[in-house]
Design a protein around this ligand. Sequence first.
Ligand code: DX5
Ligand code: ZN
Length: 216
Amino acid sequence: MKKILCPSMMCADFDNLKKEVELLDEAGADMFHCDIMDGVFVPNMALSPYDVECIKRNTKKPVDVHLMVSNVEIVCDIYIDLNIDIIYIHPESSFHISKTLLRIKEAGIAPGIAISPDVSIETVKELLPLVDYIMIMTVNPGFSGQVYLQYVNDKIDRIIKIRKDYGFKIMLDGAISDKIIQTLTQKGVDGFVLGTSALFREDKDYETVLAKYRKL
Ligand code: DX5
Ligand code: ZN
């Protein structure tokens, strides 16, 4: 099956956001990953709804948002209105996660959960039948350019094992490298978020990099 390669747009060149979207689109990116932060749930800020709108306007490919915010019920509505393709929420960010996931689904948007390194699959088991995507985070949410947390590998193996009982796709987000793409594609991971080290380099030769990852 074709792996899903998703540039992490917080790592893009913001002087030229439209151009970046066009370049990545032509280079074969499958989906645009948009990190949304509020400075509370994580100690950083990333894309705004205006950036996401700009990305959406300049590609026909799917756009996802990864909500790292504490008031997810409110922020979620902004992206439902923008008609985003996938909305990821963190289960530890709200007391009403299943309600929010169902609202996303009812709006015709694919619901996903993002699992932080310290959140176990067991604690979100009830949510698994409700989601189309599970995004396992291999860094602590908030910043690009961090180090891959090896201890998450065990959780990835476990989610791959139980996936046959459900219908979701498995994505990885955080410090993804060619080695990780190769090993984890073979194990059964469906897609990868590509950030600073994996994709966004000075030369902007996205086509060569994405073609290389496609073959791994
Ligand atoms: C981190 C974000 C990631 C990040 C990926 O909180 O969710 O999407 O931008 O960037 P790298 O691959 O550099 O970790
Ligand atoms: Zn992300």
